[in-house]
Design a protein around this ligand. Structure first.
Ligand code: CO
Ligand code: CO
Length: 318
C-alpha cells in the first residue's frame, strides 16, 4: 500500500494510516459508513460451515468499529471442476450469518479460480461520534478479549487430521460466532478502542493498538482464554507459518517475560480466523462490560491485560 497515492478528504474518519479493521467515511453529521472486505480459502471441510465462518469473519470488522452491518455482497472464487452444490452450500452458510446479523445480502461477484475462496464486502453504519477505532486506548484502561485463541493452530491440526471431534466442534463454534453480541453490549459503554483478532494474532493486533495509541499494553499470558487442544498441538510444533511471521513482525517492540513457555508464545502469535474483539475501556467500566457479556452469553471472555503510559516497548507479555 505504501506506493499508492494519498487521498485527502475531511470526511475520512478512519483511513489507511492506522491499520484499522475497516474504512469509515462521514456522510452527514449523524451518519458515517463503514466499508470492509475480507475473503479466504476454506478453513473447515464442510462447505456450509465454511460459509458461516467466512461471513462471520467479514462482518466482524464492522462490529470492531462500533457499527452495525447493513448490507453485504458475496465475493466468490470457485473451480469449474467442483460440484456446484458445494458453492450453494458455502453461499447458504454465508447468507444465514448475514441474516443473523440483521443485514441484507444484495448480490456479489464470482470468478473461476483453482481454489475456492469466499468472503463478503460489508457496508455498515455508525454515528460519526461513536466510531471505535483500534488506536484510542488510554493508560488506566483494561483489555477484555471476547473469544478464545488458537484457531490457526487448530485449523492446521485439522488439516493434518490430528484433531478430535470435540476440539473441531469447539473451534468451529468459536469461528462461526458473530461478534455482534459482544459489540452490542460494548457499544453503549463507549470503549476507548477496539479491534478484532484476525490474521496478525493477538500479538500483532495488540501491538497495533498500543502503537496507534502511543501507549504500552501489558498482557497477562496466564489469563488468556485458549481453545481446547491448541496448547497441546502448539507443543507438538503444529503451528501455522503465519504465527512465525507475526512473531518476527513484532520483534523489537515486545518484551516477553523469560518464563513464558514456547507453546503459549505460539498461541499469542497464532493468526486467528474470525477471532474475538479486543476491547480497551476504563477500569471503572470493566465490571459492567463483564456483567453484560455474561448476560449476553458471550463466552469465553476474559480480562487479559491493561494499558499503561508508553514504556521502552509497546507490548509487554508477562
Ligand atoms: Co479486523
Ligand atoms: Co479484516
Amino acid at each position: 500500500m505504501r506506493n499508492l497515492p494519498t487521498f485527502h478528504d475531511p470526511n475520512v474518519l478512519v483511513g489507511l494510516e492506522t491499520s484499522d479493521d475497516a474504512a469509515v467515511y462521514k456522510l452527514t453529521d449523524d451518519l458515517a459508513v463503514i466499508q470492509t472486505l475480507d475473503f479466504f480459502t476454506p478453513v473447515v471441510d464442510d462447505p456450509y460451515r465454511f460459509g458461516q465462518v467466512a461471513a462471520a469473519n467479514s462482518l466482524s470488522d464492522v462490529y470492531a468499529m462500533g457499527g452495525k452491518p447493513v448490507l453485504a455482497l458475496n465475493i466468490v472464487c470457485f473451480p469449474n471442476c467442483l460440484e456446484p452444490e458445494i458453492l450453494s452450500e458455502i453461499l447458504r452458510g454465508g447468507a444465514d450469518k448475514i441474516k443473523e446479523a440483521g443485514a441484507v445480502l444484495l448480490g456479489g461477484h464470482s470468478v473461476e479460480d483453482n481454489e475456492p475462496k469466499y468472503g463478503l464486502s460489508v457496508m455498515g453504519t455508525v454515528h460519526p461520534d461513536a466510531v471505535v477505532a483500534n488506536c484510542g486506548a488510554k493508560p488506566g484502561d483494561v483489555l477484555i478479549l471476547t473469544k478464545a485463541l488458537g484457531t490457526g493452530i487448530l485449523n492446521t491440526a485439522m488439516k493434518a487430521e490430528l484433531i478430535s471431534e470435540e476440539e473441531s466442534e469447539a473451534v468451529y463454534q468459536s469461528m462461526a460466532t458473530l461478534n455482534a453480541y459482544a459489540a452490542e453490549v460494548m457499544i453503549p459503554l463507549r470503549p476507548h478502542a477496539c479491534t478484532d483478532i484476525t490474521g496478525f494474532g493477538l500479538l500483532g493486533h495488540a501491538l497495533e493498538m498500543a502503537r496507534g495509541s502511543d501507549a504500552t499494553i501489558i498482557l497477562e499470558s496466564a489469563s488468556l482464554p485458549i481453545l481446547p487442544g491448541a496448547l497441546n498441538y502448539a507443543g507438538m510444533g503444529i503451528v501455522p507459518a503465519g504465527a512465525y511471521l507475526n512473531a518476527k513482525f513484532a520483534e523489537g517492540n515486545v518484551l516477553w517475560h523469560p518464563d513464558i513457555p514456547e507453546n503459549l508464545k505460539d498461541i499469542i502469535a497464532d493468526p486467528q480466523t474470525s477471532g474475538g474483539l479486543l476491547i480497551s475501556l476504563p477500569e471503572s467500566k470493566a465490571d459492567e462490560l463483564l456483567q453484560e457479556l455474561s448476560k449476553a452469553m458471550v463466552t469465553p471472555y476474559a480480562v487479559i491485560g491493561r494499558v499503561v503510559e508508553k514504556q521502552t516497548h509497546f507490548l509487554e507479555i508477562r
